[in-house]
Structure formats: C-alpha cells, structure tokens
Design a protein around this ligand. Structure first.
Ligand code: FEO
Length: 618
C-alpha cells in the first residue's frame, strides 16, 4: 500500500517523510523530521513537480507508480536542483524513458553537473513567462533566482490556481499524515519551525524573496505547494504576512533575545540579571546558551525579536568559539534593522565585546544600545549599576505600555441589563479570566444567548488559548463586546500573543473589574457579560462553555463589531510588495548590487565572482 494524498481531483502528493535524518543539509537539527514533497498532475499529459532526497527514494518511486496508475510520465518539472529534491531524477529517467525534463538553462547545467544520463536529449527549456499546456491545465513558469539557489523557478497552474512554490513557504517537520496546514494548528505547533526553516535556508536572500512575493501578488492563488512542509489551501494570509516581515528583516515581536556564551557561569549570571531587570520593566526576554542551543535556533530568534543582546566571554583573545559561530552566522544571514547590546567578560584582557560590535556593525541598520558592560571574571556589586543602565538604555527604546483612562469598576453582582444581549452578533469579543493573581484575556468570535430564563450564554474557545485552560479551571469569565471603534491594536494585543508568557493587562488600572473580580475592557466595548460555567463540552479544536449570566452591563451605544466589519475595515491588508530594486544579483551567492549599470569589472564582495556571473533583477 502506498502513501499518497489527493490535493485536487488531478493533483496528488507523492512525496515522503524522513524522521531519521539527524542534520538537514548537514547543519540543521530536525527533531520533528522533514518532508520531501513531490506532486503529480494527471492531465492529458502527466507532469511531476520535483523529486525527493535519496533517503526516501524507494517510497517515492512506489508512490509515484501508484498515483500514475499504470500511465507513463510525460514531464518532470525541475524547479530546484538541490539534491534533496533532485536526487531521484536519474532513477526517473531510467524508469520513464519517454519523460521530458522541463527546466531553465541553469537547471540543465546543474543536472549535468550532478547526473550523467543525457539530459540534453530530454530537455524542454523554459524561461520567465513561458507556458506549457498539458490538456486542461496551463503551467506558467516564473523565475525565482536565489530562493534558495540561483536556478530556482516556481510554477503556476492557472486552471486550479496552484502555486508550486519550491523552497518558498516550506517548513521543517514530517507531515505525520496531515498534508494540509489547516489539518494542524500551524501557528501553535509549526510556526517556530517555519521561521527556523525560512531564516536559516533563505533568510540571507530577503531581496530575492521580496521579488518573488511581488510576482506572486499578481497571481490569484488558491493552493500553495512547497517542497517541504504543508500544502496551503486556506488561511494563507497570516503565513504570507510572516514571509513579508521576514523578507524585509523587520522584527516580528518587541522583546529582547539574549544569547550568551559562558564557560564557568559568570557571563551567564550577568545575562540572567539583565533579563530580570528587563522583565521588571515589563519587557519580554528569551535566552539562549549558545554552547548548547543550536545556532539555527538563535538565528531564527534573532529574526523574531526586535532587540538582541550578546554576552560572551573572551576566549583565545577573541570571541568565545560558539558565540563567534553564531555572530558569523547572523552576519552571513544578513541580519539587519535591530537594536543590539553587548556584555563581555575577560579575566585579564576582555576583547569579545568590541569584536562582536565590529562584526555586527557591518550589517545594515544595526543600532548599538548603551556601553559594553565589561566584566572581569565575575560581576561585582559595584557593576550592577552598569547592568541597570544597560537595561534602562534598552527599555528606553520600547514604547511605554498603553494605559487606558480608567472608568469606574462595575461592582454590583446580579445586575443584568437585558440591553447587553442585544449587542451580541457574530462578532468579536474579549474573553477575560482570572486565576489567583493571574489576569488574562483573548479574542473569541462566538458568544450566543441560549436561554432567557434563567439567562444563559454559550461561548466557544479555542483550546490553544491559555484563557481556555483558565476558564476550565476557574469556571468564571467575562465577555467584553467590542465595537466598530476598536483599532487593530486591540485585536493584536489580545489575539496575537499568549497569556502564558505575556501579561496582557500590564499597566492597566486594577479597579476595572466586574463583581466576580475579573477584568473587563472599558474602552472600545459597549457591554460586558459575566458568566459562571455550568457545562464544558470538548468539541475538538474548541471547548463549548455554557454559563449562567451573573452580571450584564451596557457601557456604551457604539455599534458592535461584526466579523465581516473586522475583515473589511479593521484588519490590515497584507503589505503591498515593495518596489522592485533596480540592480543585479550574483547567481553564485545571491549578493545584490543595487544600481544601474553594473560595472564590467565589478567583483562580488562575497564570493569574488565577476560581473558575468550577475544577472539583472527582473
Ligand atoms: Fe530543500 Fe533548497 O532545498
């Protein structure tokens, strides 16, 4: 029995998973394995998009034969020649002698470098904008150099609006039976691996990824089929927004990533103290010990967070070896647009801080905050002030926490204003909960009045939300009904962060609580309803809570926001692709020369190849 899955009536996934691979590309740990995706289109002609790594070749060949159902293979489209996708070309060539290879000129050269089977006799060369009709489908070829190698192209099937996106939109992790991203909780369980995949594999090539996003923006895309990870058939917007952020080197989140290298724990201690002082100022912090954390984790975190702190001991008169590898990795991945602070340690001649600054100073738009905190062996009491100053210098670059003007708390238990229920629609609500000293809140979209006497409501809450756990535990909640005046920042604040590691009410007035002691939102809402849970039913992704209403108060006459209103008027549209850069890209290493013309004697500063190895950015 073979393991294949249908994507559309005539498109089938025939790839395979590898969970035994220790290091992807020899560099990146893949604890969840990896998938190698290959797709078969069965039209009047049969067309295969890419192959798989040699480790899973046998399974792939069997899958392909099953999906072909006795038919031959007319075309193999080679979008990317990295061997994890091209290793099985030679077996296909032997097994399907009629098979033509559709690729661009550089791909053909790479095929001949890797394989000897007479590729010239089978090739159908294509370039930007060329098409191939396969019966009812029409394939359009779009060049995507340096996403992630210079020969990369992607393919668009205009009939079913499918984009075969090569390495773009890929993700580490075996598929575990779920082919589609909507079959898993991608944001919760896979976004970190998607970020680690993007930043480490194609993070260096932001300009080229932006060029591809610009081309893709002109296409109507319903399905995205990458070479690794899940197929996207819905809800692609959030992932696309992440890609636009990553490609532009803009941070995803405000907070501080602290990476430290410490031989005997003293540099680590200074880093820990800094992290505490940041948290005391309400600033998020994450920490990585570079001696044990894989460099790819630190690279991914550096793309995620707005502020970076590097704390390193001095070793052999330089940066500690593991930290130096991380810093070099970040420089070669083009890290930019970050605020950076540095701590160094050295028992007799501390040099690591200056060297870290020197390396990162060559990256674009790096702002160094505060002075280097220089420790001799161990942090002394009289140096605490320097760490405090560094924390203050970092904190000064964060916006002050929002503090809405306080209104009176709503304290009268048992008050139930019927008008509050008239405000319910298929809308958006802030669900608030309290467990001891912990207040929390999240966005939900389903609140319904289900009985009038006694007054009862139901709410549906995604199990991934920390608030769901809290309601299950405490049995009480408030629902604040949002109005059309609510700005996107409210949805972002309550919807895009987890209460597990965020205090969503930091800086808010503590008196704004209903009689049950739970917070409510006084602004951008028109009513608040308090509930005491009677029943909780597990419906898969969500819990449905049925609750007695203990209090209901109308707070304004502003109209409630509906789901439709939110999407039409509040949620920002995906960012428009940036204007195409004018310039040339090195086909060997991806370095971008901005400007026109490219001097004939230009030498690539990264790989030292000459002007003939550059091509104009399309
Ligand atoms: Fe999985 Fe660049 O290849």
């Amino acid at each position: 029995m073979n393991c294949i899955r249908k994507i559309t009536d005539d498109l089938t996934w025939v790839g395979a998973n590898d969970r035994r691979l220790a290091m992807f590309e020899g560099v990146y740990h893949v604890p969840g394995g990896v998938s190698y995706n290959s797709y078969l289109l069965t039209d009047e002609k049969t067309v295969l998009f890419d192959t798989v790594d040699k480790a899973v070749r046998q399974r792939f060949l069997e899958n392909l034969a099953e999906a072909l159902g006795g038919r031959g293979l007319d075309y193999l489209v080679v979008q990317h020649m990295e061997p994890d996708h091209s290793a099985s070309i030679i077996e296909l060539a032997a097994k399907y002698p009629e098979m033509k290879i559709v690729c661009n000129r550089m791909t053909l050269e790479f095929i001949k470098q890797f394989h000897d089977f007479g590729a010239d006799q089978r090739v159908v060369l294509v370039t930007e904008g060329d098409t191939l009709e396969t019966g009812s489908h029409k394939l359009h070829f779009v060049m995507a150099p340096m996403v992630h190698w210079p020969e990369v192209m992607v393919t668009y099937d205009s009939k079913d609006e499918v984009l075969f996106s090569a390495d773009a939109f890929g993700c580490f992790g075996a598929l575990n039976g779920a082919l589609f991203a909507d079959e898993v909780d991608f944001a919760r369980d896979y976004m970190d691996e998607a970020r680690r995949y993007y930043t480490n594999i194609v993070g260096k090539y932001g300009a080229q990824v932006e060029a591809l996003l610009g081309k893709a923006a002109a296409l109507k895309i319903s399905i995205v089929c990458p070479l690794h990870g899940f197929v996207w058939r819905r809800d692609f917007g959030a992932f696309l927004e992440k890609y636009a952020l990553w490609a532009s080197y803009a941070p995803e989140e405000s907070g501080v990533m602290i990476a430290y290298a410490s031989v005997y724990g003293n540099t680590e201690n200074a880093a820990e103290i800094l992290a505490c002082k940041l948290r005391e100022r309400g600033i998020k912090s994450v920490m990585y010990d570079v001696s044990v954390a894989p460099a790819s984790d630190v690279v991914a975190a550096s793309f995620r967070w707005s502020h970076l702190v590097f704390a390193s001991t001095t070793y052999n008169a330089g940066i500690f070896v593991a930290m130096e590898a991380v810093i070099n990795d970040l420089v070669s991945h083009n890290i930019q647009n970050r605020a950076v602070a540095v701590i160094e340690n050295g028992s007799w001649a501390a040099t690591s801080g200056g060297l870290i600054r020197e390396k990162l100073g060559k990256c674009q738009n790096i702002t160094f905050l505060g002075d280097i905190v220089s420790i001799k062996s161990g942090l002394k009491a009289d140096q605490l002030a320097q760490v405090e100053e560094l924390a203050a210098a970092i904190a000064a670059t964060f916006p002050a926490p929002a503090t809405d003007a306080p209104r009176q708390g709503i304290a009268a238990a048992g008050d139930v204003d019927a008008k509050a229920f008239f405000k319910l629609s298929y809308g958006l609500f802030v669900l608030t909960t309290r467990d001891g000293a912990k207040d929390n809140g999240c966005i939900i979209n389903t609140v319904t009045q289900i009985a009038d006497n006694p007054r009862r409501i139901s709410i549906a809450v995604n199990k991934a939300n920390f608030s769901c756990d809290m309601v299950l535990k405490t049995g009480e909640f408030n629902v604040s009904i949002l109005t059309t005046a609510a700005p996107f920042k409210v949805f972002e604040h309550f919807g895009f962060h987890s209460g597990r590691d965020t205090d969503k009410f930091l800086g808010c007035d503590d008196s704004l609580r209903t009689a049950n002691g739970i917070r409510y939102l006084p602004k951008y809402t028109n009513s608040v309803i308090s509930g005491k849970v009677r029943d909780a039913v597990d419906y898969g992704s969500h819990y449905l809570f049925v609750a007695d209403v203990t209090q209901a108060v109308t707070t304004s006459d502003e109209p409630s926001v509906t789901y439709q209103y939110y999407f039409d008027n509040i949620k920002p549209k995906p960012p428009a692709p940036k204007a195409q850069k004018v310039g040339y890209v090195c086909k060997i290493c991806g370095y971008v020369y901005e400007g026109e013309p490219l001097p004939d004697d230009f030498i690539c500063p990264l790989c030292k190849h000459g002007a003939s190895d550059f091509e104009k950015i399309q």
